[in-house]
Structure formats: structure tokens, C-alpha cells
Design a protein around this ligand. Sequence first.
Ligand SMILES: Cc1cc2nc3c(=O)[nH]c(=O)nc-3n(C[C@H](O)[C@H](O)[C@H](O)COP(=O)(O)O)c2cc1C
Length: 232
Amino acid sequence: MKKKVLAILFAGIMMFSMTACASSTEENSTGSLQAEISESETQEQEGNSNILVAYFTYAENAELPEGIDASASASIQVWNGELTGNTGAVARMISEATGGDLFSIQTVEKYPDNYNDTIDQGQSERNEGARPELTTQIENLDNYDTIFLGYPNWWGDMPMAVYSFLDEYDLSGKTVVPFVTSGGSGFSQTISEIENAEPNATVEEGISLRDSDAVSAQEEIQTWLRELGYIQ
Ligand SMILES: Cc1cc2nc3c(=O)[nH]c(=O)nc-3n(C[C@H](O)[C@H](O)[C@H](O)COP(=O)(O)O)c2cc1C
């Protein structure tokens, strides 16, 4: 019974966020929204910063049809001409503000291009405690002192691929700064999950953004980064 109520609540959140997000996308987009995911840019690790901005976002983990644009789904955004998702857009804002290198967490198996199927798959993976295999690798983890770690809230948790990421890398001695986008659930229990997975890392105060606000959150991001001392 409790599960059913939660499912209905979540369906409501999703419907609300999809409507809200579609309109914010239109407001924030100029000219043609069509863009290609650029492998070289999304996985850029130039090695001259001690900050890494690692993130998982649906749009960079799905087999999306050619020419898809930001009006297609609540989770597809275009930021500076690049096709990404809500979390990917926020990651780029953090990278632009701090000079941090971007790292897109990507899975070997792509998620369905149909968002509703992805919602179901995310639930099954969570129930199974899946650890999807990752295709992208951090080249020089030693170079980084601070890892911004971004993800969407999936079923009150992180996508299981983020657990794969935390299993793969030992972040001992590093500072982890989490950020989340969601339809309203925020971080849920994910901060404790990160602390459990990386007991020797320092986890700083993160930021939680509504999916419908993500692409227009630049000022909020900058204020937060200033408060944490990452920018002046
Ligand atoms: C599998 C799945 C599960 C989700 N579960 C939740 C949830 O439990 N609570 C919530 O507020 N939003 C949930 N959402 C909505 C996403 O967190 C939200 O739209 C997010 O901004 C998507 O980020 P992305 O575009 O970077 O992938 C879910 C989305 C998906 C695909």
C-alpha cells in the first residue's frame, strides 16, 4: 500500500516536472536546438585543473534518435550547443565557473530512448542493486583534489551507474562535492550513500536543483560555489 502511494506521488512529480521542464527548455533555447553530443568535449580531461566535475545524465547515456532536440523530453537539454541533460547542463556550469575538467559517467549498455522505459529500467536496476559497467575512465585521478559529483535522483537514489563509479575509484583524501537534479526528491539519502562508499573522502555541502530550474541555475550555482570558496 505504502509503495503504491509512493508510486503515485512519484508519477505526479514526474508529470509536473516534465511539463515545467518543457517550458523552461523553450525559454532557454535560441535558434536551432539540434546538437550532437561531442565525445571530446563531454570527456574532456585537460589535466591542468585539480577539480574534476564528474556527472551522470540520461541524455548522454541513451541511444537517442538522430537530430533529437530539447523539446523531445524533460531530460534533454542543449547547453552551449551541446546536447546533454539537466545534470549535464549543471555540470557544465560548474566546470565553466571553476575551470574544472568535465567527466561524463557513461555505461556500456545504453538506456532506452523512451524516457518512460528508462524510468522502469532505473527501478529494476535499483531493486536488483545492479552495477552497470562503465565505458568512460578517469585518466589521472591523482591530479584531482576535488571531485564534484552530479547525478539525477532516480527512485529516491543515485542511478546505479554512480555506484559503479564510486566502486571503481578510491576517492580517499579527496573532497567530494555532490550536486543533484530531481523532480522534487532532492538528494534523498544519497549523501550518506556517498559517505559510506567513500569513507576517507570529505563530502562537502552539495546543491539540489529542480529539473525544471536546472538550465537557468547559473547564478544559483555561482553563489553556491562562492560560498564554498571555489570561486571569488
Ligand atoms: C529512472 C528515473 C527515476 C526517477 N526518479 C525520481 C525520483 O524518485 N524523484 C524525483 O524527484 N525525480 C525522479 N526522476 C526525475 C529526474 O531526477 C529528473 O528529471 C532529473 O533532473 C533528470 O536528470 P538528467 O536530465 O540529468 O538525467 C527520475 C527520472 C528517471 C529517469
